[in-house]
Structures are given as structure tokens and as C-alpha cells.
Design a protein around this ligand. Structure first.
Ligand code: G3I
Length: 373
């Protein structure tokens, strides 16, 4: 599981971290084991029942009114010892999951006239069996739309019907089972203009309003979110999102929340005061605030200074959420560094999450816990 960087200092650090993990899973808690960086002798069998801290993150979060989630893509079943450790961390530390890809259009509607709910249903069943919530992600997005849709030729009326019948079917299928729905994902460009994605082009600019109204009709009780990235910094995109959701609220369109994806680069996270002010601006519209895809990437190979900065960046995000009435959920985009989308999407970058590639808690994990306390 562990990827060696080829960088001697980083590799030595990872070897030492692996020794710590081995000690931790053999002992009663990682907090106890953290003081010991001695070599540990023969690797003990993996104890998948031991949580890394005496207080799980989800419990610390819950005491502060926060639902803590992780995006999941694999290992909900099988996967040998790694899969078992993944599930132990997931169910031990998190109270919610977001399917990383399994509730997207191309997965749910892979061919015309038929739906494929099995993988998404399995995630919901796993969550229910483990007392966890599920965030629906995502009903309407310009990416990961099934090819039969994007390669077809449609009249505006057909595109409208395709959008509404998809939402009605999918939101209806999961009715009553979700913590929230990301109804519209990433509708804005960084300059604040509306993205000319498949839906905007074929349905028209009112696809956003149509999506929220249709989702509400299908599942009136689930909170409905608009979700986007780069809203965390003051600027044209945050202003445009604010104007958009304020306009929707004013006109009675059923939108309940704003999702800040929060895909950050280490060392560039806004200050706690700035982030809290941004969150509050939206919360003051009566919207719930969820941090939906949090990760903080590091240029590889990392240094221990990077991991320390990352830890303090995570704490900043948690504190800004706690500063904001209405900020009620934080989801990290993946569980461990080995599961992240970052290395594939940003070659040369990685290690963005709370657990390392061997599922051991990183400095960011402890800073996250401290910030919740
Ligand atoms: O499923 C195919 C598989 O059959 C094929 O063998 C493999 C080869 O590369 O690709 C697989 O598809 C990949 C898919 O993830 C499933 O793993 C795609 O290449 C890959 O591009 C896709 O990336 C996903 C990305 O969305 C697509 O935009 C990431 O896993 C997913 O984490 C990411 O999530 C998005 C959120 O939905 C919205 N916000 C940004 C976030 C990060 O990009």
C-alpha cells in the first residue's frame, strides 16, 4: 500500500511511520503508541478493531454539532487486511459517507432507458448497517454524464425532460435516505460566469432552478445544496455564487445549503477569520453550510514541515466551521492518502488527507481532533 517516494528522507520518515502504525495496531491506542518510534520487531497481525484515538473524530465532531464524512470509492467490502483496516477507520472515525463516483449520472444511467443503482444502493446499505449518513453526490453536473447523453442530439424540450426525469427517478429512489443532495455541482467559472456545460447549453440557464424544483418535488425533506470549488476565497466566483443562491432564495426556489468543496493547497488556506466570514455571508442567507470535499494537497515529496503546515491548515478549516452557526458537516474527499484523486489529477502532488497511505493518522488528524475539542 505504501508508495515510496524515491526521496531518502521521505522514505525514512515513511518507514518510521509504518513502524508506528504496526505498534499502534498491536497496542491499545495510537495515542499511546505515538511516543514510541522504536523498531517493533516482527510485524504483528493487523488488529482491525482498534481505533486510532481514544475519542473518535466523529464523536468529537458530533459534540460540536458536526456530521463528519469521507468520500468513498472502494473497500466497502473485500480488500483483505487493507480493506478491513479501511472499514475500521471509516466506521470508527466518520459518521457519514459520500459516494465519490457511484451516484453520478454516468454510473446511475449508463444506458438509455435503464438505471443502475446497485453500487450506490450498496453504499447506502453499508452506511445504514453502520449507523452512518449518506451525502448524495451529485444530481446535475457538467462532468461524468453518460456518453449516450453527451453524444446525442437533443431539442431543448428533450433535454429538459431528460433532466427532470433523471432527477425525479434518482431523488425518488433515494427518498428519505440521504443527509443532503448536491443537486447542482460546479455551475460557475472562476470569473463568476455560468459554465456552459451540457445542461446550460441544452436546457438553458434556468437548468439550476429547474433542478432544485424537481429534486424538491421528488424528495421534499432532504436538504438541497449547490456545491462548488474556489468559493472559499473572496472574489468573483464567491460573489457570483452568493448572488446566484440569494436570487434563488428570494424567488422561493427550494435551496437549503451551500457546499464548499474546499480542495486546498497546503499553506494557501484562507485565514480562520476570512473563511468564517465567507461561511457566515452564506449562512446569513438562511443556508446551511457544508464543507463537502475537503483535502489539502502537498507537493511531493513532502517534508515534515509540510505535514505540520497541513495540520494547522486543517485546524483552521475546522475552527472556521465551528465559528459559523449553520456549518454542520465536514466531509474529506477520501479517507487516506492512498485513496485520493489528487495524485492522478495533479501529478507531483499528494498526501492531502487525514490518514496516510497505510491508514495511520497524520499530524492533520490530531490537529483536526484538537480543533474539535
Ligand atoms: O471507472 C473508470 C475505470 O473503468 C477505468 O479503468 C479507469 C482508468 O483511468 O478510469 C475510471 O474512471 C475514473 C473515475 O474517477 C473512477 O475511478 C476516471 O478516469 C477519473 O477521471 C474519475 O475521477 C473522478 C473525478 O471526480 C472526475 O471528475 C474522481 O474519482 C472523483 O473523486 C472526482 O470527484 C470530484 C467531485 O465529484 C466534484 N468535485 C471535484 C472532485 C475531484 O475531482
Amino acid at each position: 500500500m505504501t508508495r515510496m517516494s524515491g526521496h531518502p528522507r521521505a522514505d525514512a520518515r515513511r518507514s518510521s511511520r509504518l513502524a508506528t502504525i504496526a505498534a499502534a495496531i498491536a497496542g491499545s491506542s495510537i495515542l499511546a503508541a505515538c511516543g514510541s518510534s522504536d523498531s517493533v520487531g516482527p510485524r504483528p497481525p493487523i488488529d482491525t478493531t482498534t481505533p486510532p484515538t481514544t475519542s473518535a473524530l466523529k464523536d468529537l465532531a458530533s459534540r460540536r454539532g458536526i456530521v463528519l464524512g469521507a468520500a468513498v470509492e472502494r473497500y466497502l467490502e473485500g480488500g483483505g487486511a487493507t480493506g478491513a483496516l479501511f472499514r475500521t477507520r471509516l466506521t470508527g472515525e466518520f459518521s457519514a459517507v459520500t459516494p465519490g463516483n457511484d451516484m453520478k449520472h454516468e454510473r446511475l444511467a449508463p444506458s438509455q432507458g435503464s438505471y443502475s443503482f446497485a453500487a450506490a444502493d450498496a453504499i447506502v446499505a453499508f452506511a445504514q448497517a453502520n449507523g452512518m449518513r449518506v451525502r448524495g453526490h451529485t444530481l446535475v453536473w457538467g462532468s461524468q454524464i453518460a456518453r449516450w447523453v453527451t453524444t446525442g442530439t437533443w431539442t431543448q424540450e428533450q433535454a429538459r425532460t431528460m433532466l427532470t426525469s433523471y432527477i425525479t427517478t434518482v431523488a425518488g429512489h433515494f427518498k428519505g435516505k440521504l443527509l443532503a443532495w448536491d443537486v447542482v455541482n460546479e455551475p460557475l467559472n472562476d470569473d463568476g460566469s455560468l459554465k456552459q456545460n451540457f445542461w446550460a447549453t441544452n436546457v438553458g440557464a434556468d437548468y439550476i432552478e429547474l433542478a432544485f424544483r424537481t429534486a424538491h418535488a421528488a424528495d421534499p425533506d432532504v436538504p438541497l445544496f449547490l456545491n462548488d470549488y474556489n468559493l472559499e476565497y473572496p472574489g468573483a466566483k464567491a460573489d457570483a455564487a452568493y448572488t446566484l443562491v440569494r436570487d434563488l432564495r428570494t424567488r422561493g426556489v427550494p435551496i437549503d445549503g451551500i457546499g464548499f468543496q474546499a480542495h486546498f493547497i497546503v499553506g494557501t488556506v484562507p485565514s480562520r477569520a476570512s473563511l468564517a466570514a465567507t461561511f457566515k455571508r452564506f449562512a446569513d442567507l438562511g443556508l446551511k453550510v457544508h464543507i463537502t470535499e475537503l483535502d489539502i494537497r502537498i507537493r511531493q515529496p513532502s517534508t515534515s514541515a509540510d505535514l505540520t503546515t497541513q495540520a494547522s491548515d486543517y485546524a483552521t478549516v475546522v475552527r472556521a466551521c465551528l465559528d459559523t452557526p449553520g456549518c454542520e458537516s465536514i466531509v474529506t474527499w477520501g479517507l487516506a492518502d492512498s485513496d485520493s484523486w489528487v495524485p492522478q489529477a495533479f501529478p507531483g502532488w499528494g498526501e492531502p488527507l487525514l490518514f496516510d497511505a497505510a491508514y495511520a493518522p497524520k499530524p492533520a488528524y490530531y490537529a483536526f481532533a484538537d480543533a474539535l475539542k
